[in-house]
Design a protein around this ligand. Structure first.
Ligand code: HXC
Length: 260
């Protein structure tokens, strides 16, 4: 995809990883409408690109994103935000089928925390700070925070964070299950790229189905989720990648998946 189309993000590829960097440093990557449109367009373009297996989303050292853009929101009234259906475009981000890794350094507040939670694998620098401070602005989370944070860390911690607006550091975020790994800040991008690259060498149909199956855990009952998984597992036996993966194991060699 052509990088020239974007003002507030940078887009590049590293082999089969599509890398998106939020790049609005003067506003700590605050997610204004333009940044939202560009980010959603960029993930959708990578999702459609057969050369890409995994997407990596990151920000700057100081901020993954400091939230939705407060200056842009401040003067809006109910009819404005309702008619424009503010934040609904982010649904396009959550419809992406390829795995999305988030590499979070510095502030991930409000919409920034919510955007990180829309990703599939969250890797935090030891400098990362997560929070939903909307309560301090007289509002509440609006990009899914009350739902995704609650599912990620449970009711008690979600209530604590959302009602007081306090921040969680990286250690607490890992302890609470909000992020999967914490790494030293100066290694963040390399380590996240390794994770994304690893995922992108696997069978893409298997990876997409695995993402769908994990996400089903949030949308359905246990019995239906287990059935969904079992059928997806059965379907994997229709792929050449299943034959290759299992043959490679028997022959003690690295699998070369065809559908990447
Ligand atoms: C617009 C923002 C911004 C934001 C920072 N900036 N966050 N602009 N929207 N969310 C701008 C500042 O205005 C400032 O611009 C510049 O970025 C640097 O920020 P400073 O405040 O000077 O930096 P610092 O003192 O280091 O403090 C960093 C910070 C603070 C703690 C992250 O900026 C902050 O509290 N930001 C707001 C965090 C927040 O409330 N996020 C939730 C937003 S609501 P100038 O031009 O002054 O130099 C949200 C809800 C979504 O996301 C859905 C419900 C509405």
């Amino acid at each position: 995809q052509s990088a020239q189309r974007y003002q507030n993000i940078r887009v590049e590829t590293r082999e089969r990883v599509g890398l998106i960097t939020l790049d609005r440093p003067k506003a700590l990557n605050a997610l204004n409408a333009q940044t939202m449109r560009e980010t959603v367009a960029a993930v959708q373009a990578f999702d459609a690109d057969r050369g890409i297996g995994t997407i990596l989303l990151t920000g700057s050292e100081r901020a993954f994103a400091a939230g939705a853009d407060i200056k842009e929101m401040a003067s809006q009234d109910y009819a404005d935000v309702y008619l424009a259906d503010w934040f609904a475009d982010w649904d396009g981000f959550t419809r992406v089928r390829k795995p999305i890794v988030a590499a979070v350094s510095g502030y991930a507040l409000g919409g920034g925390c919510e955007l990180a939670m829309m990703c599939d694998v969250l890797i935090a620098a030891d400098t990362a700070q997560f929070g939903q401070p909307e309560i301090d602005l007289g509002v509440l989370p609006g990009m899914g925070g009350s739902q995704r944070l609650t599912r990620a860390v449970g009711k008690a911690k979600a209530m604590d964070m959302i009602l007081t607006g306090r921040r969680m550091d990286a250690a607490e975020a890992e302890r609470s299950g909000l992020v999967s790994r914490v790494v030293p800040a100066d290694e963040l991008l390399d380590r996240a790229l390794e994770v994304a690259a690893t995922i992108s060498t696997r069978s893409l149909p298997a990876a997409l189905a695995a993402k769908e199956a994990v996400n089903a855990a949030f949308e359905t009952t246990l019995a239906q989720g287990v059935l969904f998984e079992r059928r997806a597992f059965h379907a994997a036996f229709a792929t050449e990648d299943q034959k290759e993966g299992m043959a490679a194991f028997a022959q003690k060699r690295q699998a070369e998946f065809k559908h990447r």
